[in-house]
Ligand binder design. Structure first.
Ligand SMILES: Cc1ncc(COP(=O)(O)O)c(C=O)c1O
Length: 449
């Protein structure tokens, strides 16, 4: 049975408080006297007795930014300057030539697909292990998502399988930097260049992540980010597109601004194209600028804790932390991901392991379900519109072509900790590892119901 917690519910549930700044990083919680012994689910004491940090972290900086924006009376980017300032700051932070802020990450992806000319009847290569928005934006274009299986060890789209999925209809490759780690960019960029297909980086979970020392989101034709509430950079909702291509920027700007491009600013009712209103508000821009004052320090804390946690967990048989590709020189750790091999835990199902962890005071989630087999996709493909757009044979063969057996396995084995847990004092990592060891030592006694 699948664990019922979605990523967002999990991320929302883990950090309950909305503390003022740095209470999240409060003094070290002392280790409980008993770190071995009975698991809490069997009546022992909890391995983790503290509270994991809340999210978001904010203080007077955010309050002032919001009130200042309020008082300007200029709440829309067309009249205010805050979104523009954020775009400059984010471009500088990532080393991109241009940043376009959007209402959310979905809008960033949707705008990029439109601006890169993905049309009804086209195909877009996507991973099955991602948040559903990566797929939904393809469907909103009335294009066909073509799923490429996952690399079990890294949780990322398996670049070795991408070329076989390319057809004359392929109009974009859209990998995800899943969990804040980085997909195999060198391999994917080489394939995209060879076939002259644009690469859109879904970097919605990967703020500040790097490939060979350069920020992700700057490698593809477009790089898309989300600032939704659970993300490492958070304005409740929000998104951004990075691109070095000026023409693409103009098309993106136009699309997200009802079809009216930068070149028409100051004129009225002139349009480059059709579009939508996907603009960021001044309030989002203000929050983001304030939150950006914390992003680097928070990222460093996550990295230190994640590395330490990996050093502890990797020695526990059956716990397999997600591997990073060599080119990933910085992981954003939006999620701490590992695989759970139940055969090393007396065959206790993952749901039992998660319950036992929860009893220890440690929230964990089972992660995504396979997107490629979601019933809603079948319904979309069976719809009147799709039947008009795609040859019967293509739709009939889609299911077979989109089988992702490795991803199915990953979805059964994955376990996630939230990024907020990595903002804890280092001792929390010890306690997490203690909990897992304790559960393993008593695995055959865990209640299976
Ligand atoms: C991988 C991925 N892509 C796209 C999105 C969509 O972003 P948003 O929720 O800001 O629309 C998300 C956010 O949850 C995501 O995690």
């Amino acid at each position: 049975m699948k664990h019922p917690i979605s990523r967002r519910n999990f991320l929302a549930a883990a950090p309950l408080a909305a503390p003022l700044a740095n209470s999240a990083l409060a003094a070290d919680t002392p280790l409980p006297a008993e770190t071995g012994g009975k698991p809490a689910i069997l009546g022992g004491s909890k391995a983790f007795t503290g509270t994991f940090p809340g999210w978001p972290v904010y203080d007077q900086t955010e309050e002032k930014a919001l009130v200042d924006t309020l008082r300007t009376g200029k709440w829309y980017r067309g009249s205010g300057q805050t979104v523009g300032k954020f775009e400059q700051a984010y471009a500088q932070l990532t080393g991109s030539k241009n940043c376009l802020a959007t209402a959310n990450g979905t809008s960033a992806l949707f705008t990029s697909l439109n601006a890169l000319g993905v049309e009804p009847g086209d195909e877009v290569i996507v991973p099955p292990y991602t948040f559903v928005a990566t797929i939904n934006v393809v469907l909103r274009q009335h294009a066909l998502p073509v799923f490429v299986d996952t690399d079990l060890e890294t949780f990322q789209m398996d670049a070795r399988k991408v070329e076989a999925a390319i057809t004359p209809q392929t109009r974009a490759i859209m990998p995800v930097h899943l969990g804040g780690s980085v997909c195999d960019l060198d391999a994917l960029l080489a394939i995209a260049a060879k076939h002259k297909i644009p690469l859109i980086e879904d970097a919605c979970q990967a703020h500040l992540a790097e490939w060979k020392g350069r920020k992700v989101g700057t490698y593809g034709q477009a790089g898309c980010f989300s600032f939704q509430a659970s993300k490492n950079l958070n304005s409740g909702e929000g998104g951004a597109i990075l691109t070095d291509d000026e023409e693409l920027r103009e098309r993106c700007y136009a699309f997200h601004n009802n079809g009216s491009g930068l070149k028409y600013i100051g004129t009225s009712f002139s349009y480059n194209s059709s579009g939508a209103n996907l603009r960021m508000t001044e309030f989002q821009g203000a929050l983001l600028l304030a939150q950006m004052t914390r992003i680097e320090a928070q990222a460093r804390t996550r990295t230190e804790n994640a590395r330490y946690l990996t050093s502890l967990l990797k020695d526990i048989p059956g716990i397999l932390p997600a591997r990073m590709y060599d080119g990933c020189t910085r992981n954003a750790y939006h999620l701490y991901m590992f695989r759970y091999d139940k055969t090393r835990f007396a065959n206790a199902p993952r749901s039992v392991f998660l319950k036992a962890l929860s009893a220890e005071g440690i929230p964990a989630a089972s992660g995504y379900t396979p997107l490629n087999t979601q019933p809603f996709l079948k319904n979309v493909l069976a719809s009147r519109g799709y039947k008009k757009l795609f040859p019967e044979k293509v739709l009939a063969e889609w299911q077979e072509r989109n089988r992702c057996p490795v991803n199915d396995r990953l979805c059964d084995e994955a376990v996630w900790f939230s990024q907020t847990m990595l903002l804890s004092p280092r001792s929390a990592m010890d306690q997490i590892a203690d909990a897992v060891r304790k559960i393993q030592a008593n695995a055959s006694a865990l209640p299976r119901a």
